[in-house]
Design a protein around this ligand. Structure first.
Ligand SMILES: Nc1ncnc2c1ncn2[C@@H]1O[C@H](COP(=O)(O)OP(=O)(O)OP(=O)(O)O)[C@@H](O)[C@H]1O
Ligand SMILES: [Mg+2]
Length: 263
């Protein structure tokens, strides 16, 4: 594994041909970005125990875009938060490359999030008093090898909105600022929890286009939770979550463009 400035760096994109997802889907693989083994999550204790995850074995690969689908309460956000180091499993193992996140200290998890993970949530969490460029700069100022805020915003189609405040942007544009903020530090993985959940179809599509382009151009491994089953068609792979488990998975032989998604 290549090391640079102490940080893990991604192997070149060419090393991750997409056509190999099929054969590698169910076997431990050195190119897996994430690997979970028997992950469970129990919230609360005693009579109020909630079994949010009941044994999740999952592999996510380099440069892959996966969509997670499942009913409300099935455990999707819990799983994503555990992968991203925002939460910890009750039992089981979670590996990011060779790093065992399930045994990491809070400090290590914080470093992991800072250096490797970009998050995008349903609500954009932009600072209202800062422009688009300044919102992104908040992150680039503390990142190891960031892209310029302008570049990040250009990548999501907002090169012409650099100096606008959130209140001057549409919902879709605000979400794209949030994506720019998440990708500006060049994360290895982008974890998106219902990023289009608050958007209508036209603006939702612009957000999906930004995510697909980032995945395609930067090779950022992307996991995307949605309630819109049509969105699964833009993914390389679809993971169905039911009652705290992965019920089944599908590999898309052909993918559609976000513009073809029917809302
Ligand atoms: N912090 C928490 N404390 C207690 N229970 C929780 C907590 N977070 C989640 N849960 C419970 O865990 C289960 C899984 O929740 P989770 O948020 O992962 O579901 P989800 O699939 O993301 O649902 P949705 O589609 O509604 O966002 C639910 O029953 C939820 O009530
Ligand atoms: Mg959720």
């Amino acid at each position: 594994m290549a090391q640079r400035n102490g940080a893990l760096s991604r192997p070149p994109l060419a090393a991750a041909p997409r056509t190999r997802y099929h054969s590698r889907m169910d076997t431990p693989d050195s190119r897996a970005v994430f690997r979970t083994e028997g992950v469970t999550k129990v919230y609360g204790t005693g009579a109020v125990e909630v079994h949010a995850l009941r044994g999740v074995d999952l592999l996510l690969y380099e440069a892959e875009l996966v969509v997670l689908l499942g009913a409300s309460g099935s455990g999707k956000s819990t799983l994503l938060n555990i992968l991203g180091g925002l939460d910890t499993a009750t039992a089981g193992r979670v590996f990011f490359r060779d790093h065992d996140l399930s045994r990491a200290s809070d400090k290590k998890l914080t470093e992991f999030r800072r250096d490797h993970v970009g998050f995008v949530f349903q609500f954009y969490n932009l600072v209202p008093s800062l422009t688009a460029r300044e919102n992104v700069a908040l992150v680039t100022e503390i990142a190891r090898r960031p892209m310029r805020p302008e570049e990040a915003l250009e990548r999501v189609g907002l090169g012409h909105r650099l100096d606008h405040f959130p209140a001057e942007l549409s919902g879709g544009e605000q979400q794209r600022v949030a994506i720019a903020r998440a990708i500006a530090k060049r994360p290895d993985v982008l974890l998106c929890d219902e990023p289009t959940g608050a958007l209508d179809s036209a603006t939702g599509i612009t957000v999906l286009e930004a995510l697909v382009e980032v995945n395609r151009d930067l090779g950022t491994t992307t996991a995307l939770i949605t309630h819109n089953a049509e969105i699964r068609k833009i993914a390389h792979r679809v993971i169905y979550v039911a009652d705290g488990r992965i019920s089944h998975q599908e590999v898309n032989e052909t993918r559609i463009e976000p513009s073809q998604v029917v809302w």
